[in-house]
Ligand binder design. Structure first.
Ligand code: FAD
Length: 253
């Protein structure tokens, strides 16, 4: 446990959901509570490590936190999650979230790769009667049971992403809405520029987040989004500005 991960949790169950996705169910202590924001995430510290990595709260129910971990080539959490980690104690931060539906939104469009899929699924459960369009990029084919809403599935081999091209090709619904997107950072930067400059949207109407970086062949996500997010909020910055600052910090790391 570190001050960045003030809660201890114990892995109670581990289920393989697919060739590149593992579900972990953690028993969390009293006092660990949800923000209610549907894309909320926690910082996770795995045994023997002090660095944190970020995982979406897929669900938090009766003291059990579910996170779905993408299995990729190498990395602290991905390698640990591929072992028999049931019984291990991990550190968790308090959750934080970013999704913020504007009052005038008449529709929701969601896009993400496999790392964004847990958030896509949870957001889809939370938007009530608003029409939702979902685009998910996956390495092992459609996962129809994972999301309780219709999804357009797009193939991309593990560790690659072409989600920006998918989003550039979208026919957007009429009127104001809300676009939420998460995945590989270079793809997200391209789409942030696209919605800001080419579509000219107000930043209340989109939230585009880099969840991992595939561009440099080295660990590129050592920047903690927590302090950047807290500082940006304290300064009254938009989510758009905060996530752009996070990407910029990642580039300099
Ligand atoms: C707010 C937020 C929420 C997130 N939610 C989730 C989630 O629910 N599930 C999830 O799996 N991830 C999620 N991520 C992404 C996850 O934090 C990163 O993928 C993280 O780098 C994984 O840590 P690691 O220890 O496995 O690999 P690291 O030690 O961080 O990285 C080792 C190497 O693997 C590369 N790499 C990292 N991630 C991937 C990947 N997905 N595919 C291919 N190569 C990769 C790195 O660039 C680096 O070269 C989220 C990120 C953020 C910021």
């Amino acid at each position: 446990m570190t001050s960045r991960t003030p809660f201890d949790a114990v892995v109670r169950r581990r289920t393989v959901l697919g060739a590149h996705l593992v579900r972990l169910v953690l028993e969390v202590p009293g006092g660990f509570s949800s923000t209610g924001v549907p894309d909320e995430w926690v910082a996770l510290t795995v045994p023997g490590q002090f660095q944190t990595r970020y995982y979406t709260v897929r669900s938090l129910l009766e003291g059990e936190l579910t996170v779905d971990v993408v299995v990729h080539d190498h990395g602290l959490v991905t390698e640990w999650a591929q072992t028999d980690c049931v019984g291990d104690t991990v550190g968790l931060s308090a959750p934080k979230g970013s999704f913020e539906l504007p009052e005038d939104a008449g529709w929701v469009v969601l896009a993400g790769d496999l790392t964004g899929l847990p958030a896509l699924a949870r957001i889809a459960e939370s938007v009530g009667t608003l029409p939702v369009q979902i685009h998910a990029e996956v390495p092992d084919g459609a996962m129809p049971d994972y999301v309780a809403a219709p999804v357009r599935w797009h193939d991309a081999p593990s560790g690659t992403s072409d989600l920006a091209a998918v989003v550039r090709g979208l026919d957007w619904p009429e009127g104001p809405g809300y676009f939420w997107m998460a995945g590989e950072s270079a793809q997200m930067r391209e789409i942030r520029r696209h919605v800001r400059h080419e579509l000219g949207w107000d930043n209340r109407h989109y939230d585009v987040m880099g969840y991992w970086s595939g561009s440099r062949g080295r660990q590129a996500r050592q920047v903690d989004p927590g302090p950047i997010y807290a500082r940006g909020r304290a300064l009254g910055h938009s989510n758009d500005r905060i996530w752009a600052d996070y990407d910029a910090a990642g580039e300099q790391a």
